[in-house]
Ligand binder design. Structure first.
Ligand code: S3P
Length: 159
């Protein structure tokens, strides 16, 4: 299993689908799968049941995975040590986008409950997570200005 991790807006979904095509395996989009299972969007889940409920669903979903696929994870998957341990049984790739890139990409985004609050809160969340992404990953790929195809190629070359 190959897990793509990284902050919101780092391009995990786009790159996962390119990489899966390249490797000719399936692509699993975690957030979308959990939304389907629950019959709720992520903002609805957060609003109705709270963040901890969503985190439980993330953990259950990771536990249920088997076989070979490229998995695009949610940005907060690394908040749980147990999740990190599960993922490290496969290969974990951290897509690192700098703060400026993230802000530019998410500037009009209203679909992510944790991309909220003022700028300093968002930046704090980004900085707090950097270490967790690095610790969880087998490989770090800097994504900033690169095309998805180039990034997928770079990852494939490292596997
Ligand atoms: C989250 C990121 C989101 C989604 C949820 C929580 C986070 O996924 O799982 O809103 O904690 O960073 P993306 O990274 O795909 O935006």
């Amino acid at each position: 299993m190959i897990y793509l991790i990284g902050f919101m807006g780092s391009g995990k979904s786009t790159i996962a689908s390119r990489l899966a095509e390249k490797l000719q395996c399936s692509c699993i989009e975690m957030d979308e799968s959990i939304e389907k299972q629950e019959g709720l969007t992520i903002p609805e889940m957060f609003a109705q049941h709270g963040e901890s409920y969503f985190r439980e669903k993330e953990r259950d979903f990771l536990r249920s995975l088997e076989g070979e696929a490229v998995v695009s994870t949610g940005g907060g998957v690394i908040l749980s040590k147990e999740n990190c341990e599960m993922m490290r049984e496969g290969t974990v790739i951290y897509l690192h986008a700098g703060w400026e890139t993230i802000v530019h990409r998410l500037k009009n985004d209203t679909s992510r409950p944790l991309w909220s609050g003022d700028e300093s809160e968002k930046k704090q969340r980004f900085e707090d997570r950097l270490r967790l992404y690095k610790e969880a990953a087998h490989h770090v790929v800097v994504v900033d200005d690169k095309a998805p195809e180039v990034i997928a190629e770079e990852i494939a070359a490292r596997l």
